[in-house]
Design a protein around this ligand. Structure first.
Ligand SMILES: Cc1cc2nc3c(=O)[nH]c(=O)nc-3n(C[C@H](O)[C@H](O)[C@H](O)COP(=O)(O)OP(=O)(O)OC[C@H]3O[C@@H](n4cnc5c(N)ncnc54)[C@H](O)[C@@H]3O)c2cc1C
Length: 378
């Protein structure tokens, strides 16, 4: 039987950031990922935006970990050659009636400690984005973009350099608390070839649940049924290459009133393509990325007021991602990140509802988890 100090379940950006943070201080850190590669779930199906922290209520984990996470991520990317660009973004008001909402966003951002915010009039918006129609905009200079795939790879490489063990094709199927450990049973092998899969159990002093969309199911393996994740799909379209000149950087509408997403926005990627999206719709299946995709006409309709020159023919369907929401359908509202010890099995820490800005906050989420691990291992 293998013995571990820490088993981290889930090799997305959060699990990899936690592995990098914990392997600086402890030996025998294992990260286990069910897929053949790291970061293939939500961590590679997103906008890749380094958020500023303007949206979230004051003093929430999302606000604190995003604002500080933004600063740390820029330094990390620069030091470790992760492709990124601090391009800034504009949040636009379509009409004068929306100016009040823009001012509220500005005020909220300032309270959260976001630097450099300023309101721009129509003329200044046109100078930055000549094809965008807006009455005014909030300029958010600390926003940027990065390559999420490279971030995951870099965090994983630094973790293994520090001695962490990373296992892919390793799915946690059972957990049982022992006297001074948790027995974590893994199914190792290709899930499409179950006849050749083997089971192995690791006794771990501490377990960190970074299972993204499946964090509720992983918590339930320890008898904790207090979490429920509702999958919310976000779909993207891409502007044909010949029209990517229509957008220079990042342009967002005001966020959804129901809090499901930030609204279909325009993102110029590091590779010069322009993404439209993501939409936000509850789906029944956590793996349902493609069924009943929205037609391109829907995207054209919702983005036309922002980008009047946009035509349906300029769009083609792109990928989709799924948010691990804690807010049930039909119940509007804000849900914070949950980063908490299991009430019944305190050797386990659950990270649940790590939706946006989880990519931006990965390093600060990891620093938040470290003292919890230190308490268990001391
Ligand atoms: C459409 C969309 C757009 C977004 N845009 C942004 C953005 O621009 N900026 C931003 O900051 N954030 C954004 N986010 C949020 C961000 O992508 C997530 O917060 C982040 O990727 C979460 O990472 P994670 O590691 O927690 O989850 P994941 O990437 O989902 O990783 C969890 C991993 O756990 C593994 N796993 C699950 N169960 C088991 C098990 N039993 N055994 C072993 N492994 C298991 C899964 O295979 C998976 O690889 C967006 C999200 C979506 C959906």
């Amino acid at each position: 039987m293998e013995r571990a100090n820490v088993v981290i379940i889930g090799g997305g950006v959060v699990g990899c950031a936690v592995a990098r943070e914990l392997s600086r201080r402890w030996t025998d850190v294992f990260l286990v990922e069910q897929s053949p590669n790291l970061g293939m779930a939500t961590s590679s199906r997103n906008s890749g935006v380094i958020h500023s922290g303007i949206y979230y209520p004051q003093d929430t984990l999302k606000a604190r970990l995003c604002v500080e996470g933004n600063r740390q991520l820029y330094s990390f990317c620069a030091e470790n050659h992760v492709p990124h660009r601090n391009c800034g973004k504009l949040v636009i008001a379509d009409n004068d009636q929306q100016l009040g909402e823009l001012e509220k966003l500005d005020e909220n951002g300032r309270k959260n400690g976001v630097a450099g915010l300023r309101l721009l009039e129509r003329k200044a918006v046109r100078e930055r984005e000549p094809h965008i129609e807006a009455a005014a905009a909030l300029d958010v200079p600390s926003t940027g973009i990065l390559s999420a795939e490279d971030l995951v790879k870099t965090l994983a490489r630094l973790s293994t350099d520090q001695g962490a063990n990373i296992l892919t094709h390793a799915r946690v199927v059972r957990m049982e608390p022992g006297k001074d450990f948790i027995a974590v049973t893994l199914q190792i092998g290709d899930p499409d070839d179950p006849a050749h899969a083997i089971e192995e159990t690791v006794e771990s002093n501490c377990v960190i649940n970074c299972a993204g969309l499946y964090a509720d199911e992983v918590a339930a393996m320890l008898g904790n049924r207090s979490y429920r994740i509702f999958p919310v799909r976000g779909e993207y379209c891409e502007l044909v290459r010949a029209k990517s000149y229509l957008v220079n950087n990042l342009v967002y509408p005001l966020p959804h009133k129901h809090g499901l997403g930030l609204g279909v926005h325009l993102t110029k990627t590091l590779w010069g393509t322009v993404l439209l999206g993501p939409t936000a719709d509850y789906v029944d299946d956590k793996n349902d990325y493609e069924r009943n995709r929205l037609p391109v006409e829907e995207f054209a309709r919702s983005a036309k007021s922002m980008l009047p020159e946009l035509e349906v023919e300029d769009l083609k369907l792109a990928f989709s991602g799924i948010r691990p929401k804690l807010v049930a359908p039909g119940t509007n509202g804000f849900a914070d990140f949950v980063i908490a010890r299991d009430a019944g099995v305190p050797r386990a820490v659950h990270l649940v509802g790590i939706e946006s800005p989880g990519l931006t906050s990965c390093l600060t989420i990891a620093s938040h988890v470290a003292p919890m691990v230190a308490e268990t291992l001391s």
